[in-house]
Design a protein around this ligand. Structure first.
Ligand code: HEM
Length: 383
């Protein structure tokens, strides 16, 4: 062991004795395909694992410096990843998201959904942002599961072009997306939370990867729970994260079938509360009746009273039969999920707290780090 390393180790052992370890631990990430350890740089109590105790925070700070010094770039995925290489990065992201939000609050749910749909397919690697790849194959973006309704991608482009001026080739598109999703949520009422950085961007994107890896509104709770479990998320994470439908909109094709010949027995889904049913049929005209309406571009808010605010109104409306999409409604009824929905509906602070933790967890899905992938210059194409 070289002298410098011995000194560092000795200081670390001394400090470990003097200061009790707290939130700073090595976290083994959930899920089968996770290879990296994640070092937690959460100093504040709101960060991952931070408990607000000053001596623990001192320990955290020291441990961070120790590990960075001793292991060089081993800490490949952590909060504050760009502190040295592009200190303005998160500030620039927040600024652009905020500007865009002033013009159109809909970009907040849009960016959040883009982040979720990117992560759940092949991991949080910005594969969804690619317009094309050198292989010429269909990319994720072209899949009907993403549809023509992805909102907010132009905001990610704007952030990336500003970052490329200040810190060229440094901040990945996948990190931009994760930070922008957090900032969108903050603007919609979620308390600020720390997001680790260090993700790298994929070199490919295939629309066929969507098969079996995407949430479908008519899927059973069992199937959705299995999908989330494969991605390292629990049933509670699934219910908590689906509270994202507190903001944003759904388009008629994803729910109008519930009021037009729902099944052999019921023309309208009996689980739908009558006034919601009526609102759906007046917003989304019956398909296949002349003049043929094109309702693919027509949408309704998930939460009929507070479309732009992250609150528990969405969960409460599920108990009133006002949920637009079938799987959301099913969460309030299925024995595996209904108690969790009830708990979240009755305690907004608890839900918001669990929501931001689950978002951080979601943002760790199969991330590429270190020398994997690349830092794209333009989020729409590989370098
Ligand atoms: C549990 C299974 C889920 C299903 C079945 C589902 C399904 C859907 C559907 C059908 C839409 C409407 C798309 C459209 O018609 O334009 C939608 C929108 C949305 N989803 Fe989900 N989703 C699920 C989970 C999630 C999760 C975990 C998140 C985020 C953490 C999320 C965030 C959103 C957002 C924000 C929108 C609104 C997008 C906008 O307004 O542009 N969803 N989802």
């Amino acid at each position: 062991m070289e002298v410098r390393t011995r000194v560092i180790v000795a200081i670390f052992i001394l400090c470990s004795i003097l200061l009790p370890p707290a939130g700073s631990t090595w976290h083994h990430r959930r899920g089968k395909r996770h290879r990296n350890f994640v070092f937690n740089h959460g100093f504040a109590s709101g960060g991952e694992g931070g408990d607000g105790n000053p001596s623990h925070q001192r320990f955290d700070a020291f441990a961070n410096i120790f590990f960075d010094a001793a292991f060089g770039n081993f800490a490949k995925f952590r909060v504050g990843f760009y502190d040295q290489t592009c200190p303005q990065a998160e500030e620039i992201v927040a600024e652009v998201v905020s500007e865009a939000f002033q013009n159109d609050k809909g970009i907040a749910p849009g960016i959040l959904r883009v982040h979720f749909h990117d992560c759940i397919v092949t991991g949080c690697d910005a594969s969804l942002l690619l317009d094309s790849t050198p292989s010429g194959k269909d990319v994720e973006k072209t899949s009907p599961a993403n549809g023509p309704n992805l909102r907010g991608i132009e905001v990610i482009d704007e952030i990336k072009s500003r970052l490329e001026i200040v810190c060229p080739g440094t901040v990945s598109c996948s990190d931009v997306l994760a930070f922008a999703a957090r900032d969108s949520l903050v603007l919609s009422g979620v308390p600020h939370y720390d997001v680790p950085g260090g993700r790298r961007d994929s070199l490919s994107s295939h629309s066929e990867d969507i098969d079996g890896n995407m949430t479908i509104p008519s899927a059973s709770i069992e199937n959705l729970a299995q999908l989330f479990a494969r991605k390292g998320l629990t049933v509670e994470d699934m219910v908590v994260l689906t509270g994202a439908h507190s903001i944003g909109r759904a388009h008629c094709p994803t729910f109008a079938y519930r009021v037009y010949g729902f099944n052999q027995t019921h023309h309208r889904d009996p689980k739908l509360e009558p006034s919601t049913s009526t609102r759906i049929s007046s917003t989304c005209p019956r398909p296949n009746t002349p003049p043929q309406p094109d309702f693919t571009g027509t949408s309704m808010p998930f939460d009929s009273s507070t479309e732009f605010t992250m609150d528990t109104e969405f969960y409460n409306q599920l108990f009133e039969g006002k949920g637009l999409i079938e799987s959301d409604q099913a969460m309030a009824e299925d024995p595996r999920t209904s108690d969790i929905v009830k708990e979240m509906a009755s305690n907004e602070d608890l839900w918001l707290n669990k929501f931001s933790k689950a978002m951080v967890q979601m943002g760790k899905m199969d991330v590429k780090t270190g020398t994997e992938g690349e830092i794209r210059q333009n989020c729409r194409s590989v370098n």
